[in-house]
Design a protein around this ligand. Structure first.
Ligand code: IPE
Ligand code: IPE
Ligand code: MG
Length: 248
């Protein structure tokens, strides 16, 4: 069991997941792609509960990208309907979990926007894992928006151009309420970021698995965390420097 191998004192605070492979999971079973999305939605529940049990502070799930708007209309509508169906208050209350969203929420159907805003409001005082869905999200969209906001603050004299630091950019991103992910998991076999958290993943550890998202479970999440905990994060220093610092 990988769960028992986890060092509870060195848990990642923020785990980001690119939930990929729903369509292929369904096609492999001779089903419609939507059947894969339905099964995938169940895994969101399971993994959120697992993250809460483990004590992970932030779980950021790539749910619908800016580019996913280009999928066939039936698939987009099916995904929006699934979202509405799964934004369940009870699940969050039962797990004392918070809900947040990153992305261009204004592009979502009004009903989904209302459900999202309601769930954010009613869960805001919960104290365990914060489940963050990336909806109509892409990193380039997010960075462009941040640049625009920074530029208008400079134009208004609220900020000087010399005053722009890395911190300024971080604070203008959608993710400004959470730490950067220590671990990013991508299911489904592809090894790419697909426009997810480009700035935030500057020093993130990547974990790729061939498992399709509908087959991903708590044990595999634990396996990824154990793998992460076995790595030495050097942030540009030498391995010896890192060891010295750890032994202090
Ligand atoms: C991920 O699964 C879910 C979304 C992108 C909405 P996919 O739908 O991309 O599944 P594959 O990659 O086609 O198998
Ligand atoms: C990334 O998956 C987006 C989400 C998981 C929501 P995609 O399936 O859209 O990514 P690409 O197109 O294979 O890169
Ligand atoms: Mg995919």
């Amino acid at each position: 069991m990988y769960k028992e191998q986890i060092d509870k004192n060195r848990l990642p605070h923020h785990v980001a997941i690119i939930m990929d492979g729903n369509g292929r999971w369904a096609q492999q079973r001779g089903k419609q792609r939507t059947a894969g999305h339905q099964e995938g939605a169940m895994r969101v529940h399971d993994i959120m509960e697992a993250a809460t049990r483990l004590g992970i502070d932030y779980l950021t799930l790539y749910t619908f990208s800016t580019e996913n708007w280009n999928r066939p209309e039936e698939e987009v509508s099916a995904l929006m309907a699934l979202l509405l169906q799964h934004l369940e208050q009870d699940l969050f209350m039962k797990n004392d979990a918070r809900f947040r969203v990153i992305g261009d929420v204004s592009r979502l159907p009004q009903q989904v926007q209302d459900a999202v805003n309601h769930l954010i409001e009613v869960t805001k005082d919960n104290s365990k894992t914060c489940l963050v869905l990336a909806l109509s999200y892409s990193s380039k969209w997010e960075i462009t928006k941040a640049m625009r906001n920074i530029a208008s603050e400079v134009a208004d004299g609220k900020l000087s151009s010399d005053g722009i630091t890395e911190q300024t950019i971080t604070e203008h991103l959608e993710t400004n309420f959470m730490p950067e992910p220590e671990l990013l998991i991508r299911t489904g076999g592809e090894q790419r970021l697909s426009n997810y958290l480009l700035w935030q993943c500057a020093y993130t550890e990547f974990y790729f698995t061939n498992t399709y998202w509908p087959d991903f479970d708590e044990e595999q999440l634990c396996k990824a965390i154990v793998d992460y905990q076995g790595r030495q994060r050097r942030f540009g220093k030498t391995g010896e420097q890192v060891k010295d610092e750890e032994s202090k």
